[in-house]
Every structure is written in structure tokens, then in C-alpha cells.
Design a protein around this ligand. Structure first.
Ligand code: SF4
Length: 178
């Protein structure tokens, strides 16, 4: 099922992920997403597949202290970082790699990573993160609309579909809790 997603700045936003084409995955460097309990449960279940794919020091850290730090963002614990990279980064996101093996690339990543660079503003409206928009603080070059001519409406189709599904799931959960 394909769901549509209203994105307030979609007409003007530009975005082109150049991971592997000049970018080594800088958004996974100190990005520190937080992880909700359901996402953590999913990661726990995947640990036997995740561990062999990690950097050796990241695996040691995970086995010693776990993959969640004591710091919180949006009320949930954040992923650990080691040597300036997310614990799950090893020349790409290990959670993404395992998701691709299962035919669902975004399914195992924390939602903040799967949605990036789309997020909601204080009014609950979806928007594409861009320099100069909604007080964007992150200086990632890919958030500079002048860095690429590629319309976000083309490059972010998969992320928008994920966000639409994410929103539909939230709405189902809230109906179930009524
Ligand atoms: S979970 Fe994956 S996508 Fe998210 S910061 Fe870590 S390595 Fe990057």
C-alpha cells in the first residue's frame, strides 16, 4: 500500500545523499539517535546477526556495556558512539545492511535514522531538514539546499513512504490505546 505524506517545504527542498560518492556517512558520526523501547527490542533480537558485522572495538563495547548510552534524547537512551562513529557503523549502517538482506532496508534502524532528513516541526508537520529552515542547527553539507540541484521530492521518496507508514502505525497504536 502506498501512502502519501504532506511535507511543508517539499517544493523547494533539495537533497542528495552521496554516501559512497564522496561522503563516508558523516550523519552516523556522532549523530547519536535515541532508541524507543520497541526499536531496542528489535535490535536485541537481531544481536546474533549484528555482532559479527561490527567493528572489533564496537563489538567489544557492545558486549561489555551494551549499545545504549546513559544519555537521553526525546526521552529515550541514545546509541553509543565509539571512535566518533555510531556503534552500529562499519563502512555503512549494519542495521541497514541486515534490513536489506531481509528486503526491508529501513525496518531495523532507529526511526530518527530511517526518517532522516525528514522530521516533524512543533506543529507536527513533516518537513525536510535544510539549512536556514526551522532553525536547523546541524552543519551537515547535505542539508545545504545549495549543495545539490536534486529535488527532495525525487530523492526522498523511500523516506517519505517510510514516514507515511510510521505515521499510520502511530495512529493505529493510538486507536488501540483508546
Ligand atoms: S543506527 Fe545506523 S544509520 Fe543510525 S547513526 Fe547508527 S549507523 Fe547511522
Amino acid at each position: 500500500m502506498s501512502l502519501s505524506l504532506p511535507v511543508v517545504n517539499l517544493e523547494t527542498a533539495k537533497f542528495d545523499c552521496i554516501f559512497g560518492r564522496g561522503c563516508e556517512g558523516i550523519c552516523c558520526q556522532n549523530g547519536r539517535p535515541s532508541v524507543e523501547p520497541e526499536e531496542a527490542a528489535q535490535i536485541e533480537a537481531l544481536l546474533p546477526r549484528i555482532k559479527p558485522l561490527l567493528r572489533p572495538d564496537a563489538r567489544k563495547l557492545l558486549e561489555k556495556d551494551g549499545y545504549l548510552s546513559n544519555r537521553k534524547k526525546l526521552g529515550f537512551p541514545m546509541l553509543r558512539v565509539i571512535d566518533q562513529w555510531c556503534i552500529f557503523f562499519n563502512q555503512g549502517c549494519v542495521l541497514h545492511t541486515i534490513g536489506m538482506e531481509d528486503g526491508k532496508s529501513y525496518a531495523y534502524k532507529p526511526s530518527q535514522c530511517a526518517l532522516f532528513p525528514i522530521q516533524r516541526n512543533s506543529k507536527g508537520q513533516w518537513y525536510v531538514r535544510q539549512w536556514g529552515y526551522e532553525g536547523e542547527q546541524w552543519d551537515l553539507f547535505c542539508l545545504n539546499p545549495a549543495a545539490s540541484p536534486v529535488p527532495a521530492s525525487e530523492s526522498l521518496r523511500a523516506e517519505m513512504e517510510y514516514a507515511a507508514q510510521f505515521e499510520a502505525n502511530e495512529s493505529t497504536k493510538s486507536d488501540e490505546n483508546r
